[in-house]
Design a binder for this molecule. Structure first.
Ligand code: AR6
Length: 167
């Protein structure tokens, strides 16, 4: 059975098996949660990302977590919000599904995973719609797998959205 929880905090501090990074297609770092993860993981993370040759929107690639408490970082690239008519919802759902599939099928012994609110910062995706997609896509992708899924919210406002959806 997959279990779900919402929490507020810094994803780089979470002692879970894998954390998800809201990266860009270069996978070579950036601001927001991406910058925080690279700072906390140390320069080895950038070295591990270089040979991955980037990542497409809606897909995911994994690296070790290096100096993070998490063993793995799953890098995904959310869609930029252009108003909703450029397949943003499907691409955002694809990110969550790809991360869970990768965790379950390609990484050893991942029983817990934490997501940030992908695309809702610099990429401008409306928070409520994004939270709904996140919960739905994760429920569908995790199915009966024994996976603990955390939605790590930076703001109290995001936390309230997820708490309402998970209630
Ligand atoms: N822990 C958890 N959540 C965080 C943290 C943190 N330490 N820091 C920020 N957030 P964003 P995006 C939240 O902009 O919209 C980067 O430059 C933040 O409050 O990080 O997918 C990449 O390189 C927001 O709720 O990601 C890309 O270029 C959420 O994380 C671009 O930004 C996502 O905000 C990706 O934009």
């Amino acid at each position: 059975m997959a279990t779900f929880k919402a929490l507020q905090g810094d994803i780089t501090r979470l002692p879970v098996d894998a954390i998800v990074n809201a990266a860009n297609t270069s996978l070579l770092g950036g601001g927001g949660v991406d910058g925080a993860i690279h700072r906390a993981a140390g320069p080895e993370l950038l070295q591990a990302c270089r040979p991955l040759n980037g990542c497409k929107v809606g897909q995911a690639k994994a690296t070790p977590g290096f100096r993070l408490p998490a063993r793995y970082v799953i890098h995904t690239v959310g869609p930029v919000w252009y108003g909703g008519n450029r397949n943003e919802a499907e691409l955002l759902a694809a990110c969550y599904r790809a991360c869970i599939a990768l965790a379950l099928q390609q990484l050893q012994g991942v029983q817990s995973i934490a997501f940030p609110c992908i695309s809702t910062g610099a990429y401008g995706y409306p928070a409520q719609a994004a939270a709904q997609i996140a919960v739905e896509a994760c429920r569908e992708a995790a199915g009966d797998a024994p996976l603990e899924i955390s939605f790590c919210c930076f703001s109290a406002r995001d936390l309230a959205l997820y708490e309402a959806l998970l209630r």
